[in-house]
Design a protein around this ligand. Structure first.
Ligand code: CTP
Length: 402
């Protein structure tokens, strides 16, 4: 994991963007970082130390004058026992205090005492961000070697104003942390991965085919996420209209049989993630020429034959990858059907999703998945397909490092 063993002191400031810091803690920990939170008094008006403590699995530091906290680690050790101090959200007030070296609360004392890199994720109203005093303070802080991520342009949470002042998204902050800490070796370096994605097209004749609504967005995002962590990724894609992801070798196929052949040709591999919505049936004897309407004759019957099950073949292969992950597209009984598929297909994990039309998953940008493995079931919140891909990649890294 790219932040494995890194210790981050997270100072949560008092702004509405503090709610995003809860997700930020999860994202940092997914990458292997240890997060020690400090909350300002104002931050506690927006989110509770209980929530922060639950997500960081540790003590939440709030008070410079707490005898207990000072005996435990003390603000000087808090400031030094870390690899990076991250302030998110960093308010205009916090930046003004920092620029002048004020240390009248625990966050201020830690920021003044630390010798570590400091990264700020500012969040404030656009007018406050553009105020002459703030601009002066930002210049001073940059001159002191302090790094910034954001703020971003967009809508403000508290008003219907737009402008620059939104806190960077948690994943953008994580990327900035990784850049500052130098990353370390890529966690999936040297691992080979095969990912299938998109639908398959099963020809009826040279101009017609059987297809489904898969867009390939989820599979492509997973291929990209694994490549970003250093894996050598082959993406076997059915016909899609989205671009090939960067850093991945893409093999284009049309039918299930072609997809199986391409997958088998790329074994052995360490990881297989079978995301494609493979057609279960093909037309038994697809016509060599376009089937013509015959006046007065009944429509031609379509005889179907079962397609090979690619996931099941890989899950029971002599060259079975160490980690085999499948998806389950369901419209009912998501967990029961997912569990049955885990066993039947010889997979280590099934990512089950409800693809009923009202969910908008097929072809959409978001997904709500149930992770089914021998360890049980974990239900993830609704996320973008990119976020699902990154979480899955982090799970794969954790599997290989345990
Ligand atoms: N799959 C596959 N080859 C097939 C059918 C499915 O590799 N011929 C894979 C999919 O890529 C997915 C998993 O199997 O990872 C489950 O696919 P899904 O369509 O949900 O299940 P099916 O096996 O087709 O079962 P059913 O149609 O009964 O739900």
């Amino acid at each position: 994991m790219d932040l494995a063993g890194k210790r981050i002191l997270l100072i949560i400031g008092g702004g509405i963007a503090a709610y995003k810091s809860l997700d930020l803690i999860r994202r940092l920990r997914e990458r292997g970082a240890q997060v020690r939170p400090v909350m300002t008094r104002a931050a506690q008006e927006f989110i509770t130390p209980l929530a922060v403590g639950a997500l960081s699995s540790g003590h939440v530091y709030t008070d410079l004058f707490s005898r207990e906290d000072e005996q435990d680690v003390g603000h000087i050790r808090l400031a030094r026992d870390c690899d990076l101090v991250l302030v998110a959200p960093a308010t205009a007030d916090r930046m003004a205090k920092m620029a002048h070296g004020l240390a009248d609360d625990l966050a201020g004392a830690v920021l003044l005492a630390t010798g570590r890199s400091v990264l700020l994720a500012p969040a404030m109203n656009p007018k406050m961000w553009q105020a002459a005093a703030t601009l002066r303070n930002v210049e001073t802080l940059k001159g002191d070697g302090i790094a910034f991520v954001g703020p971003m342009a967009g809508e403000m949470a508290e008003s219907n104003e737009a402008g620059t002042g939104r806190m960077a998204e948690p994943l953008q902050i994580v990327d900035a942390v990784i850049d500052l800490l130098g990353g370390g070796p890529m966690p999936l370096q040297g691992r080979r991965a095969i990912v299938t994605s998109g639908p398959t097209h099963e020809p009826i004749d040279p101009v017609r085919y059987i297809a489904n609504r898969s867009s390939g967005k989820q599979g492509h995002a997973i291929a990209a996420a694994l490549a970003k962590l250093g894996a050598d990724v082959t993406l076997v894609s059915g016909p899609v209209t989205i671009p090939e992801p960067d850093g991945v070798t893409t093999v284009h196929v049309e039918t299930a049989s072609e997809m199986l052949a391409a997958v088998e040709a790329h074994l052995p591999a360490d990881i297989a993630v079978m995301v494609a919505a493979v057609a279960d049936w093909r037309v038994a004897t697809s016509a060599g020429q376009k089937i013509k309407k015959q006046p007065g004759e009944a429509p031609p019957p379509l005889m179907l034959a079962e397609n090979p099950d690619i996931l099941k073949t890989v899950g029971h292969h002599v060259q079975r990858p160490k980690l085999v992950i499948g998806f389950a597209a369901e419209t009912q009984d998501v967990e029961d059907n997912g569990r049955a598929k885990l066993a039947r297909k010889g997979a280590d994990m099934i990512v089950a999703n409800d693809v009923s039309p009202q969910t908008g998953v097929m072809g959409g940008d978001r997904n709500r998945v149930h992770i089914i493995s021998a360890e049980g079931i974990d239900i993830w919140p609704e996320l973008s397909k990119t976020d699902v891909a990154q979480r899955l990649a982090a799970w794969i890294v954790a599997r290989f490092s345990s």
